[in-house]
Design a protein around this ligand. Structure first.
Ligand code: AMP
Ligand code: MG
Length: 340
C-alpha cells in the first residue's frame, strides 16, 4: 500500500474522512501525539489498528470526539466527577474512562465494559472527526513498544506501507500522550499522567486525586493493572536507557564516570546542564519540564538514529508535568532508575 503524507488542506481532510467512513486507517495529528485513527464503531477497523501497530490485544483504544453530543453513542452514563473534568479540560489532552454503551464494540475496548474518551483540541483532529461524523478510535501512531510519534515523519517511519494516509499537522504541542483518568468509581483515579497535571485535576475537583497502582512503579508479579496499557514495556528506543536521579553534582559525576565504560553513550539533559557533560553527546530536553515533555520521544528516536547505545536521562521531580515525563522515561528505561 502506498502511504501518502499530505498537508491538512480541505481536500486532505475530506480524503481522511472518507477513508475513516470506509473502515480504513489514517495517521492524524493531535495536540498530544500523532494518532492512528479508525471508525470506533467498526469492529473490523479496530482490529486492523491492533494489527498495524502490533498492539497487544488487551490494550484498549481511546475514542476521540469532536463535540459533546457524540458522547451519547459512546458512554452509557456520564459520572458527575467526569462532567466536572469535561467542563474544565475539554477540548484538551485529558482522557476520561466511563461506562461503555453497546454501540462501541468490544474490539475497541479490549473486551472491557468501560471506554476511554477524549475530545482533542487540535484543529486538524477536530476537523477530520467532524467531517467524518463518527467517533475515532486512535492509539498513538507508533509501532507498539516504540516511542510515540510526535511528527508525521515518525508516523511514516513506523507505518509506511500499512496505512493509506498521514495528515501532516506539524510537530505535536504537548509531545506526551493524554492524561488518563478513571471516572467509573466514586473518586477519580489518575491512570496515566500527561499535560493536564495531577495538580490541575485536584484543583478542578477540589479534592486529592490518587495515582493508580502501577503508574509510577513496576507492578509486582500477579498484580492486576487498572489500565491494561501499564502492563506493557513502552516508549523504548533500541538504545538502553537509564534514568539518573539525585543531587545535580553527584548525577553529573556519575554519568561522566559511567559513560567511560559505554561504547556510544549520550545524555538526555536540561539545556542548562549541557556544560557539565563535556565530551559526551547531549540530546537536549529543553529548558523546562514542558519542553522536556515536548522533546522526549523525538530525542529517544534520535538516539537510535544517531547510533547511540546508551542514554543517560536526567530525572525530574514529580510535580507538574514532571510526573508525566518521569512516567514515560522510567518505562523507556524498563524502570532502570538510579538514585544517587
Ligand atoms: P494509547 O492509545 O497508546 O495512548 O494508550 C491508551 C491508554 O489508555 C492505555 O494505557 C490504555 O490501557 C488506556 N485505556 C484505554 N481504555 C481504557 C479503559 N477502558 N480502561 C482502562 N484503561 C484504558
Ligand atoms: Mg501508545
Amino acid at each position: 500500500m502506498l502511504t501518502e503524507v499530505l498537508p491538512p488542506s480541505e481536500e486532505t481532510i475530506n480524503k481522511a474522512a472518507e477513508i475513516l467512513q470506509n473502515g480504513g486507517l489514517i495517521g492524524l495529528p493531535t495536540e498530544t501525539v500523532y494518532g492512528l485513527g479508525c471508525d470506533a464503531r467498526n469492529a473490523q477497523a479496530c482490529l486492523s489498528v491492533f494489527a498495524a501497530k502490533g498492539r497487544p490485544a488487551d490494550n484498549p483504544l481511546i475514542v476521540h470526539i469532536s463535540n459533546l453530543s457524540m458522547l451519547s453513542d459512546i458512554v452509557s452514563e456520564i459520572p458527575s466527577k467526569a462532567k466536572i473534568l469535561m467542563d474544565a479540560f475539554w477540548p484538551g489532552p485529558l482522557t476520561i474512562i466511563m461506562p461503555k454503551c453497546d454501540k462501541i464494540p468490544k474490539e475497541a475496548t479490549a473486551n472491557l465494559d468501560t471506554v476511554a474518551v477524549r475530545f482533542p483540541v487540535h484543529p486538524v483532529a477536530m476537523a477530520i472527526i467532524e467531517k467524518a461524523g463518527l467517533p475515532v478510535a486512535a492509539p498513538s501512531a507508533n509501532l507498539s513498544g516504540r516511542p510515540s510519534t510526535t511528527t508525521a515523519e515518525h508516523v511514516f517511519r513506523d507505518l509506511n506501507g500499512k496505512i493509506p494516509l498521514i495528515v501532516d499537522g506539524g510537530a505535536c504541542q504537548v509531545g506526551l500522550e493524554s492524561t488518563v483518568v478513571d471516572a467509573t468509581k466514586e473518586n477519580i483515579v489518575l491512570l496515566r499522567p500527561g499535560g493536564i497535571t495531577r495538580e490541575m485535576l485536584e484543583e478542578a475537583l477540589g479534592e486529592p486525586v490518587a495515582l493508580g497502582k502501577g503508574v509510577m512503579e513496576p507492578l509486582k508479579d500477579g498484580e492486576k493493572a487498572l489500565s491494561p496499557g501499564l502492563l506493557h514495556k513502552h516508549y523504548a528506543p533500541k538504545a538502553e536507557v537509564k534514568v539518573i536521579l539525585g543531587e545535580e553534582s553527584k548525577r553529573c559525576a556519575f554519568i561522566r564516570e559511567e559513560a567511560k565504560n559505554c561504547a556510544r553513550p549520550c545524555v538526555l539533559c536540561m539545556e542548562q546542564n549541557r556544560e557539565n557533560f563535556e565530551g559526551i553527546p547531549v540530546l537536549s530536553a529543553g529548558n523546562t519540564p514542558e519542553e522536556y515533555a515536548h522533546n522526549l520521544f523525538a530525542a529517544l528516536r534520535q538516539a537510535d538514529d544517531l547510533g547511540y547505545t546508551q542514554v543517560f536521562a536526567e530525572g525530574l521531580d514529580l510535580s507538574g508535568v514532571g510526573l508525566a515525563v518521569m512516567n514515560r522515561v522510567e518505562r523507556a528505561a524498563g524502570f532502570h532508575v538510579i538514585t544517587l
